[in-house]
Design a protein. Structure first.
Length: 278
């Protein structure tokens, strides 16, 4: 189990109680590249927050650090008021912080239904002693998960493909399946890494509608890395702009369109502008 150490310096720009997710002064270097350079922001519970910025801004590195895939050099990550800095990904997921990836990562040799059935964490059937000595408990949980999986597939329009191998789905169906699998895991906060990339406008509208539905019906909070600014403006309550590993600006898309620093970041990468302000 990971232990917290003093080599992560806390930041003063945000506090652990500023949001459901708080990123405080994160820094991460890869060789001579400073991918994150004191990045700080908060995601309020119940919101759909976008994380945007030019290529190379550090967005993917930030997501990897928050989700526990990469250890930061300094800074802190707080989730629901608890310090989760550098904890393993599976421990973070157990707390209700779930992420998806730019490329769908379904289990290709399992059916669509089976993909959902393996998503819940801490299943009692994972322990041989429970499966053998308390089969009633195991079967009851299995029935409950099956009912939930069927309902989620129906909600996402995938019920008709429940017995199809995941590898045979179209690209759009795989994107829906990944979101359905994430929902099956029971997230409190769901991080989506470029969910709208490479899909047609009709599916963009469907995914957007699902996100709004999940927030309303299941109280899921979203942090979405996205390049489609029209989608961000329509869907997101709050926007965080990154450039050269730092938080450049926050606000609504309408406000950020009037921000000269944000415009510069998208036109030039923002290196001179951000460093001049620091």
């Amino acid at each position: 189990m990971a232990t917290e150490t003093d080599d992560f310096a806390p930041a003063t720009a945000v506090t652990p109680t500023d949001g459901l997710l708080v990123v405080a002064g994160l820094a991460r270097r890869f060789g001579g590249v400073q991918a994150l350079d004191g990045c700080s922001f908060a995601v309020e519970e119940g919101t759909i927050t976008a994380l945007i910025g030019p290529n190379g801004a550090g967005k993917t590195t930030l997501v990897n650090v928050v989700a526990g895939a990469i250890r930061p050099d300094s800074g802190r990550v707080y989730f629901a008021g608890q310090d989760i800095t550098a904890r393993p990904s599976h421990q973070i997921a157990l707390r209700g912080l779930i992420r998806t990836f730019q490329l769908s990562r379904e289990y290709p040799q399992l059916t669509v239904l089976e993909n959902l059935m393996v998503s819940p964490q801490r299943q009692v059937g994972e322990r041989l002693s429970v499966a053998l000595l308390r089969p009633g408990r195991y079967r009851a949980q299995e029935r409950a998960y099956l009912e939930r999986a069927v309902q989620i597939l129906d909600d996402f329009g995938l019920y008709g493909q429940r017995d199809e191998y995941a590898k045979n789905l179209s690209g759009g169906q795989k994107r829906l399946l990944e979101l359905a699998r994430a929902v099956m895991a029971g997230p409190r906060l769901l991080i989506l890494d470029e969910p709208m990339a490479g899909i047609n406008p009709a599916l963009v509208d469907r995914l957007s509608a699902h996100m709004l539905r999940l927030r309303a019906e299941m109280s899921i909070t979203f942090l979405m890395v996205e390049h489609n600014l029209d989608v961000v403006e329509r869907l997101c309550d709050h926007v965080v702009v990154m450039a050269v590993g730092r938080t450049l600006a926050t606000g609504t898309m309408a406000e950020l369109r009037q921000n000269a620093s944000v415009v510069t970041a998208y036109l030039t990468g923002g290196v001179a502008d951000v460093r001049a302000e620091s």
